[in-house]
Write a protein that binds this ligand. Structure first.
Ligand code: NAD
Length: 510
């Protein structure tokens, strides 16, 4: 029988990790936010939610800090992020324990998330010497035309429960080297990991003689986030979460001509072509669909398999799903931890019921597990559902481990099915046919922000720009040139000719 950690054991781990990171939860005690653990479903600490006046004060303090930080040389800003990355490395086990306790991720995935923070700090340190602007040839003699990138201001970061630390770090590390300051509203489901990260960044700032209030945390739910969204002193709101949240946040920021960077839901698919290496494809699909208990924005939710290999693929996947170790994410050997709460479980059950009503058949999984040992937690066996067509439920994101399998006859049909959903985050094709792979990557191929070949949909590296199209919101974060969203561009023309020369040959001399 698989044992589940006792709530007291989880609380003790959390207290130890918080203490090592410099956080005393008693200092945040109060009403409004309850830190829980999905490992047992039990509450851990009651914390005080920040009200509107505190949101305003945090934004004012961040703006004040920005006025100093924006003129601090970028490589000096990079030195702070370097120190922060070193502290993250030192505390990687503590932070991973908090991620497991609050988000339910297995040890290896929790450590992977902390590694993403460390990696993006490395990236940002390098970036601090590479915030390049272009010089363009001027059409006028004796003139120079160029662009300069300047810090933008306070960046409001709103993050989701399922990447409780990495998403903030993608934003914060890049924003800080760009000369911005940060006010962070983490998910109300993961307040403790946020407090720990913020304490480490405060320590790095103090050791680096940086101004105070470069990064602040606001605890609370949607109302706290909404106050941040509406603040005129926040020129950029970077919001990660459901498409529902993005539909509320995007127009509010636009109404005051702010910028928003939206990282919303996904309904990701992979195509398995007849030429695919099926061992590789099935292994990759199992992780992409069942890893993080199906609670990644990039989780594989639809598998589009050529009709010649679909039975073989579903047999292999069914066998794999049936033996996946589901259980306590703190235990070695577990691969699938709990769902975050009962509502996620109810959504999964409802989706599977609707899929069956729409003609689907459940080939494996879908059952609740370990309810006798942890009646308030929600452990499930990932579900594999064969569908006759891309029905309504298949076109929606259900944030739980349900993998729908569809079959196709030719490549054009595969792409049509692939693109035939509202979201556009991550995609993949498994094939040994080079031409087919290129067609999937081409302008009329997959319509997502992330398009992979012989790789599943989840598990992106920080070096690329991360984000997606359509109902995923269009934002890009992390690597490549995503930094530009955190800065303002000034176009500069310098006249050293000693006379007035108007552009486009305009003559105003009379
Ligand atoms: P959620 O939308 O319930 O909450 C996300 C965050 O938004 C929370 O901090 C929440 O308090 C805040 N929020 C909600 N309504 C708000 C409002 N009106 N104004 C301001 N803030 C508001 O999402 P969740 O359940 O925490 O996370 C799961 C969802 O996030 C999934 O849809 C998943 O695909 C998506 N997600 C996307 C990415 C990405 O990079 N594209 C990454 C992780 C998660």
């Amino acid at each position: 029988m698989t044992a589940i950690s006792a709530t007291e054991e989880v609380r003790a781990r959390v207290e130890t990790a918080l203490k090592r990171c410099g956080v005393d939860p008693a200092a945040f005690a109060g009403d409004g936010v309850t830190a829980r653990t999905p490992v047992t479903g039990a509450p851990l600490f009651d914390l005080r939610a920040h009200g509107p006046a505190e949101v305003d004060r945090a934004v004012d303090a961040a703006h004040e800090a920005f006025l100093t930080w924006r003129t601090t040389p970028a490589p000096v800003r990079g030195a702070l992020v370097k120190r922060f990355g070193a502290l993250l490395s030192e505390h990687r086990q503590d932070l991973a324990a908090l991620v497991t306790a609050e988000a339910g991720k297995i040890g290896s995935e929790a450590l992977g998330e902390v590694q993403e923070m460390i990696d993006v700090c490395d990236f940002a340190v390098g970036l601090s010497r590479q915030l390049y602007g272009r010089t363009m040839p001027s059409e006028r003699p004796g003139h120079r035309l160029m662009e300069t990138w300047h810090p933008l201001g306070v960046v409001g970061v709103i993050s989701a429960f399922n990447f409780p630390v990495a998403v903030w770090a993608w934003n914060a590390a890049v924003a800080l080297v760009c000369g911005d300051t940060v006010v962070w509203k983490p998910s109300e489901l993961t307040p403790l990991t946020a407090l720990a990260c913020a304490a480490l960044l405060d320590r790095a700032a103090a050791e680096s003689d940086a101004p105070p209030h470069l990064n602040q945390v606001l605890l609370g739910g949607a109302e706290t986030g909404a106050r941040l969204v509406d603040s005129p002193l926040v020129p950029l709101v970077s919001a990660t979460g459901s498409t529902r949240m993005g539909r509320e946040v995007g127009p509010r920021v636009a109404a005051r001509f702010g910028r928003s960077l939206l990282e919303l839901g996904g309904n990701n698919a992979a195509v398995i072509a007849p030429s695919a290496d099926l061992d590789l494809a099935v292994d990759a699909a199992v992780f992409a669909a069942a890893g993080t208990a199906g609670q990644r924005c990039t989780t594989l939710r639809r598998l589009i398999v050529h009709q010649d290999v679909v039975d073989d693929v579903t047999d292999r996947l069914s066998a794999a799903f049936r033996v996946l170790p589901v259980g306590d994410p703190f235990r070695d050997g577990t691969l699938v931890g709990p769902l975050v709460h009962g509502a996620a479980h109810a959504a999964m059950r409802a989706a599977v019921e609707r899929a069956v009503a729409q003609g689907g058949s459940v080939l494996a999984g879908g059952e609740r597990e370990l309810a006798d040992l942890a009646p308030d937690a929600h452990y499930v066996r990932p579900a594999l559902v064969r569908m006759p067509a891309q029905t309504e439920v298949v076109r929606e994101e259900t944030f739980a481990p349900v993998l729908y399998v569809l079959s196709y006859r030719d490549f054009a049909e595969a792409v049509e099915l692939h693109n035939g959903v509202p979201h556009g985050l991550s995609s993949g094709i498994f094939t040994r046919d080079h031409g087919e792979a290129e067609r999937f990557l081409a302008a009329d191929g997959a319509d997502c922000g992330i398009v992979n070949v012989n790789i599943g949909t989840s598990g992106a590296e920080i070096g690329g720009a991360f984000g997606g199209e359509k109902d995923t919101g269009g934002g890009r974060e992390s690597g490549s040139d995503a930094w530009r969203a955190y800065m303002r561009r000034a176009t500069n023309t310098v006249n050293f000719s000693g006379r007035v020369a108007l552009a486009q040959g305009v003559d105003f001399s009379g």
